[in-house]
Write a protein that binds this ligand. Structure first.
Ligand code: DX5
Ligand code: ZN
Length: 219
């Protein structure tokens, strides 16, 4: 199963309902990038605004928390209609406890790793992970180039899941996904794709989501 998750980071933030509506017919989830200007050098949404966006969305939300000391903050950003919440390995003091807490909130627990973090860190956390997020750009900004050199991490993540029979764990790629990169990521083993600029800078965002899905499903 392929999932396409448009990121609204570079959409028109003054009309989020309208922007979400543009992809409602074709997207699986909306990817919401929460940045605190501490973990990354950029700020997007406060906890209150994050909950508001989640609550008003017509599509389920995949929340990507790029927030420091996130162990203590997961609950502040949580709201009904968020299907998954992802925290960064690098921002957690106790990743296992934080992943458990996300599950307790009734969400799928995502663990993201930055480009320089080895995939091996996820291995012992797998029993509490519902989604492995391999970042293919440095977190902080949309519109950066996809790092194809990280595909061995994705391949290894897929092997971990196969060896353990973990069929319900998703592998998400975040950063630089477009019609020219999605097949590379799919072949490496990803099944869930975030696409920000590719979708919202295209003339027809809904069609772009369809095109990405088609490309990924043909590999
Ligand atoms: C980067 C964000 C990504 C970003 C993706 O920190 O986590 O989700 O919005 O945007 P594109 O697809 O433009 O790289
Ligand atoms: Zn993201």
């Amino acid at each position: 199963m392929i999932r396409i998750c448009p990121s609204i980071l570079n959409a028109n933030l003054d009309d989020l309902p309208g922007e979400i509506e543009k992809v409602a017919a074709t997207a699986d989830l909306i990817h919401l990038d929460v940045m605190d200007n501490v973990f990354v050098p950029n700020f997007t949404f406060s906890p209150e605004r994050t909950r508001e966006i989640i609550e008003s969305s017509t599509l389920p939300i995949d929340v990507h928390l790029m927030v420091a000391d996130v162990d203590k903050k997961v609950e502040q950003y949580s709201s009904k209609n968020a299907i998954s919440m992802t925290v960064h390995f690098e921002a957690c003091q106790d990743p296992l406890a934080t992943l458990k807490q996300i599950r307790t909130l009734g969400k799928r627990a995502g663990l993201a790793i930055k480009p320089n973090t080895p995939i091996e860190v996820v291995e012992e956390l797998l029993p509490e992970i519902d989604m492995i997020v391999v970042m293919t750009v440095e977190p902080g900004f949309g519109g950066q180039s996809f790092m194809a050199s990280l595909m061995p991490k994705v391949e290894k993540a897929r092997r971990y899941l196969e060896q353990r029979g973990l069929q319900d764990v998703w592998i998400q790629i975040d950063g630089g996904i477009s019609p020219s990169t999605i097949e590379i990521a799919r072949r490496a083993g990803a099944d869930t794709f975030v696409a920000g600029s590719a979708v919202y800078k295209s003339e027809n965002p809904s069609k772009m989501v369809e095109q990405l899905r088609l490309l990924a499903s043909r590999c």
